[in-house]
Ligand binder design. Structure first.
Ligand code: C2E
Ligand code: MG
Ligand code: MG
Length: 328
């Protein structure tokens, strides 16, 4: 508290006032460690928590914080070996055309079967994969699996099915991404026009000109481009103009608003659909869980839907041709 108090007053340097906020992490002997190394490490964890909570405060280390950090560390270490040990696999969530009410494609979603923690969801390990750069090989693994699976679906069920694969912006920064994807396209012989990549907008990266260039190169391979989670985060109208976008994916947040009764959500959905149409883009709504939501989206001209109401993400062996061809 004395340190925080001392830093409350601005420091004056050449007639300018500077405010220095402090984030302090505290660990206590012996609960948080018996040696200096452990104590400092735990104080550090608490300090990062203070920063994450908005800085300028004191945070004490606690058991949960320590457990979380340990889990993170173990997951990160495990992730280095996950690919070699065949612990990663891909699930496929059907996408349905609202007009025909038939499945017209899939989104590939990665999963991790961790020996210690069981099934780990992507939201827990994709950020770790991005920080460590492991998203590059993992992303290529998912892309290759998805290409092979698309061929299998097309051959056994319906030749016009499509496949959508998520691509992290970190992957786009990789100078070899285009070359690597091209290799996989060639190796598998997949129909590239049935493939789509999904990118979630992210303010810090997307304004780098090189990334726009890379997206154009991927488009040139014949892939189509979807903007994921549209309307949340960092979506911007100006990017709708500059990026060669084929599809907007309306975020689940708005879709849920249809049933929770928010008129604003409904109005926003209508506007997103109209905007997409006016710009010649396709629209898909994510996270559709009820008939009422489906009705609303379909009435307002949404082309495709995806969500638990149609189907949860499925393992390959759970997908049958009959269920794909039936009308919902
Ligand atoms: P996303 O691409 O927006 O994927 C949609 C997420 O919503 C999936 O979560 C899906 O299981 C979930 N979902 C689908 N329908 C419903 C519904 O009706 N209700 C609810 N509540 N949820 C629904 P999942 O599989 O946990 O993936 C989370 C995110 O992780 C994805 O969001 C995507 O951003 C990322 N991700 C998944 N696989 C990959 C991958 O291979 N590469 C990269 N870079 N990111 C991936
Ligand atoms: Mg997606
Ligand atoms: Mg999404």
């Amino acid at each position: 508290n004395t340190i925080m108090q001392a830093l409350k007053n601005p420091i004056v340097l050449e007639q300018e006032e500077y405010f220095l906020p402090a984030s302090i992490g505290v660990s206590i002997h012996p609960a948080d460690g018996r040696d200096a190394h452990t104590l400092i490490m735990n104080a550090d964890i608490a300090m990062y928590s203070a920063k994450a909570k908005g800085k300028n405060q004191v945070v004490y280390c606690d058991e949960e914080m320590k457990a979380q950090t340990t889990k993170r560390l173990r997951l990160t270490n495990g992730l280095y070996r996950a690919l070699d040990r065949n612990e990663l696999f891909v699930m496929y969530q059907p996408q349905m055309c609202t007009e025909t009410r038939k499945v017209c494609g899939f989104e590939a979603l990665v999963r991790w079967n961790n020996p210690e923690y069981g099934l780990v969801q992507p939201l827990s390990f994709i950020p770790l994969a991005e920080q460590t750069g492991l998203i590059r090989p993992i992303g290529m693994f998912v892309f290759e699996q998805a290409c092979k699976q698309l061929i299998a679906f097309q051959q056994t069920c319906q030749e016009r099915l499509t496949m959508s694969v998520n691509l992290s912006v970190v992957q786009l920064k990789d100078a070899r991404i285009v070359e690597n994807m091209k290799k996989i396209l060639k190796k598998t012989g997949v129909d590239v026009h049935a493939l789509q990549i999904e990118i979630t907008e992210c303010a810090t990266f997307l304004d780098e000109p090189i990334l726009l260039e890379r997206i154009f190169e991927l488009k040139q391979l014949g892939l189509s481009l979807a903007v994921d989670d549209f309307g949340t985060g960092h979506s911007s109208f100006s990017r709708l103009k500059t990026y060669p976008i084929d599809q907007l994916k309306i975020d689940i947040e708005f879709v849920q608003g249809i049933t929770t009764g928010s008129d604003k959500d409904k109005a926003l959905i209508k506007s997103i659909i109209q905007t997409a149409k006016n710009l010649g883009m396709e629209v898909l709504a994510e996270g559709v869980e009820t008939e009422k939501q489906l009705q609303f989206l379909s009435q307002h001209g949404c082309d495709k839907v995806q969500g638990f109401y149609i189907s949860k993400p499925l393992k390959v062996e759970e997908i049958s041709c009959e269920s794909l061809l039936t009308t919902h």
